[in-house]
Design a protein around this ligand. Structure first.
Ligand code: ZN
Length: 285
């Protein structure tokens, strides 16, 4: 299944058209994707039984550029992000690959939709294409082998980063510099886990103004999805709707020679095989 947040309403995206989940189920399911991502088994059973008609004949391709697409989840209890999870990215940042996952947060108020615009608050705003994991079940102390039972699905994300704010001070602090408004676009929709054979071998790319800067594969991740879910759950309780930005491959702006950063009007296109793409444009601010 593909589930979008369309105008703040959970919406199934099928090849034939869109299905408004709350309306088609006569109120059995919530309008909120934050709630629905925790009820995927029930939703799947209802779909098979009820066979609802599409409520809008829009195809997935037509939906991609739609301004109604909001963040896949809007009010996660936790937003985790992983630093330096691709070896080649650690190298380009002149940093070493961590022995354990390096976990930080992006604040939930920075979440944006597939076509959201983000401000350019400084001359050092950078892009980071990332696979985003959406949690579907409450869990603690989850083993790597069981981890996928706690995952609702995946979406495309960009961990936009204001490098000067991130690096100011005696040691780097990641959270604020990565949490300006719409600095965490996620979308275009949730693709449920059953649609993706393995999240650890997906092509991931990022283009800025049509120029390909990031061209990698999630197989280059140092810690895979199962290890990340397990590791985080050894400390924090995972809850439905929580998300994990799993880290960026190489090819960020700071890694270019000389470095390149985003300016007003720049369009950032982030794509992941099987999950779709998001397109976000920098605006003054
Ligand atoms: Zn990142």
């Amino acid at each position: 299944m593909r589930i979008a947040n369309l105008d703040n309403r959970a919406t199934l995206v099928t090849d034939n058209g869109l299905i408004d989940v709350e309306r088609a189920s006569a109120g059995r399911f919530s309008t909120s994707t934050d709630v629905v991502v925790g009820q995927l088994d029930e939703l799947r059973s209802w779909l098979a039984e009820a066979g609802p008609d599409v409520t809008e004949p829009t195809t997935p391709d037509e939906l991609l550029g739609d301004a109604r697409l909001g963040p896949v989840v809007s009010r996660p209890s936790q937003v985790f992000a992983i630093g330096l999870n691709y070896r080649t990215h650690a190298l380009e940042m002149n940093l070493t690959v961590p022995a354990k996952p390096m976990v930080f947060t992006k604040f939930a108020s920075s979440l944006g939709g597939a076509n959201s615009c983000f401000p350019i608050p400084s001359s050092r705003v950078d892009w980071e294409s990332e696979l985003v994991v959406v949690i579907g079940r409450r869990g603690r102390h989850v083993s790597p082998d069981d981890a996928f039972a706690y995952v609702a699905g995946y979406c495309v994300g960009n961990d936009l980063s204001c490098r000067d704010l991130q690096m100011q001070g005696p040691s780097a602090q990641f959270s604020l510099g990565k949490s300006y408004e719409n600095f965490s676009p996620i979308g275009p929709w949730l693709t449920t886990i059953d649609e993706i054979a393995t999240p650890d071998s997906l092509e991931i790319t990022c283009e800025v103004n049509g120029v390909l800067y990031q061209d990698s594969n999630t197989s280059d991740m140092n810690f895979g999805v199962g290890e990340l879910v397990s590791y985080i759950s050894s400390v924090c309780e995972l809850r439905p709707g929580d998300i994990i930005f799993t880290g960026s491959p190489h090819g960020v702006g700071q890694g270019q020679r000389p470095p390149i950063f985003l300016r007003v009007g720049d369009a950032v296109l982030t794509s992941i095989e099987g999950l779709g793409c998001i397109r976000n444009v920098g605006v003054a601010g």
